[in-house]
Design a binder for this molecule. Sequence first.
Ligand SMILES: Nc1nc2c(ncn2[C@@H]2O[C@H](COP(=O)(O)OP(=O)(O)O)[C@@H](O)[C@H]2O)c(=O)[nH]1
Ligand SMILES: [Mg+2]
Length: 232
Amino acid sequence: MTNLIDRLFTAVFGNVSSKFIDNLTRSVDQVYDFVYVKVLGLPFIVLGARQTGKTTLIEWLRQNVASLEDFSPAPTAPGGDAVGTFSSSIGDEMMRLKPLRDVGGENEMWETDWVELFREAKPRGIIFLVDHTDVLKHKDALNFVMNMIEEEKEAQKNLKAVLLLVNKSDLWLQQMTLDKLMQQYGNEVKRLGQQSERLGYKASIYSSSVTQGVGVREAMRTFFNSIRPQPR
Ligand SMILES: Nc1nc2c(ncn2[C@@H]2O[C@H](COP(=O)(O)OP(=O)(O)O)[C@@H](O)[C@H]2O)c(=O)[nH]1
Ligand SMILES: [Mg+2]
């Protein structure tokens, strides 16, 4: 019998095309990638520079999604009201996103740029992952994402949450608070707050250590509560 979680969990890993990277930065070693994820019918994307912990986060989610409040995958959940209706309404997008017949759930590489991904997936949420290094690189990419949200009016309508997850706290939280670290992102944080108010999505900033399991459950719970369909 296939694991219920596996059936309710889709993750497509992809590279960001070189065109996108050229636009964002001239440096070859600064590579970005993404994961497109769908849990219980709710699509979201995880963006960020390589080595920030995206794959590790997806693995954490796969193992822990059942323990996130409101996301216990009861056997009836896929047919249940809110989620079921929602799933069927994004059916077409899913097909277009997965032209390679069967992605087998994970590890299927898919090349695109973030704008194309955002346009196609119309995600309910974006998780933007950074760590304590390379602040300039992360700021660049974060600004790019906010521009993208601003410009893509259609996809923008579906967006309910943006989570900025500052990962690897086990490596920096002893020396620095999250507030202190975020001071380096002052303009971006301000812009995120203003944009979220104007466009009506929930912006949040959390620190986490995905490998140590610190802070990640709380961040994910907040994020999922924001992207799941709210009862009218
Ligand atoms: N110290 C520390 N390392 C982490 C954490 N999360 C991920 N890593 C490590 O960072 C490296 C890159 O992680 P990965 O998930 O492959 O990053 P991705 O490129 O964004 O998918 C791996 O060696 C992970 O074990 C964390 O919270 N703390
Ligand atoms: Mg990865």
